[in-house]
Design a protein around this ligand. Sequence first.
Ligand SMILES: NC(=O)c1ccc[n+]([C@@H]2O[C@H](COP(=O)([O-])OP(=O)(O)OC[C@H]3O[C@@H](n4cnc5c(N)ncnc54)[C@H](O)[C@@H]3O)[C@@H](O)[C@H]2O)c1
Length: 330
Amino acid sequence: MKHCFVTGGAGFIGSHLVEHLLGQGHRVSVVDDESTGSIDNLKQVIDHPHLEYTRGTVADRQLVRRRLLSADEVYHLAAAVGVQLIARSPIHTIEANIYPTEVILDELGRMHQDGHKVKLFLASTSEVYGKNPKPIYEEGDDLVFGPTTRPRWSYGVSKAIDEFLALAYFTERGLPVVVGRFFNVVGPRQTGAYGMVLPRFIDAALAGRPLIVHDDGQQTRCFAHVADVIYAMTALMDTPRAAGRVFNIGSESPITILDLARKVTAAIHPELPIEFQSYEDAYSVNFEDCRARVPSLAKLRSVIPYEPKHTLDAIIQEIIAWKKDEPHGP
Ligand SMILES: NC(=O)c1ccc[n+]([C@@H]2O[C@H](COP(=O)([O-])OP(=O)(O)OC[C@H]3O[C@@H](n4cnc5c(N)ncnc54)[C@H](O)[C@@H]3O)[C@@H](O)[C@H]2O)c1
């Protein structure tokens, strides 16, 4: 039995990871400030004898130190997430995404010097590629951000700083870290409240409202089921040669946002209108987006077997069933 410390474990991806780790027979500690997550996401396991849940922030060094003391592995997922949240609250984004990572790495670095080696998984994002125009992103590609006057890039930049720091701890201190760049992750429990597109569309369609597509809807994204992503995360943590390296994680099947909206209306209410909204009206004049984002998964497949198991149609049906079962507002 391993002891896994999961930051942000009451969030969308974190709660699925906690369930998975408990299911594997591990002991799990969670620290979550419930800023975008909710203890409700853990209700199926909250009374599990191997789960220790703390409502608190990973910016609290003492709390982090206590949780790390008996940990074998750390999954650092706590972050400010969601395009809408980031466009609205750049100070929060930058502070929430950089300082806690610094605290965790500093504490792990000290423990490592004392002979206690704890492996870290750092949840990063496809946003670090910024607006690189390449059709398929490989991990060694340049990070191409817009200007600092456009707050939207602060999310990708703050996650890139986390990556730099984590890789520096690997190189300078020998700390085993794995960086996973998630592309769009979807599934039950993801909220549409902070701008995530698929739950936002499904919420609108179930409520009989038009689906709002930003810009011309020709932006493409790749959507992966949270279970496929969790398989990749845990498999990488079990693979020693993944340490000190960065991996794209997700699906490599692109779809335009307009076609995604069409799939959702077809599944729920084919007559529902799809409306278009400019980025300026949706966010602000300062908003800028990236047209296409497709990962190369070759590097991931060079260290673990990986084939996403869930089709987008099946994912949409699963989210609809979950929403109908437990109505969740946007
Ligand atoms: N969902 C995606 O498509 C996606 C894509 C790329 C990267 N990611 C990354 O995956 C991770 C998890 O994202 P998610 O989609 O589950 O989002 P989420 O908002 O559901 O999860 C983040 C969790 O972290 C918690 N949190 C935030 N700041 C905290 C702090 N200081 N201390 C303790 N807890 C804190 C939130 O309450 C929330 O429960 C994030 O690091 C995110 O950047 C997600």
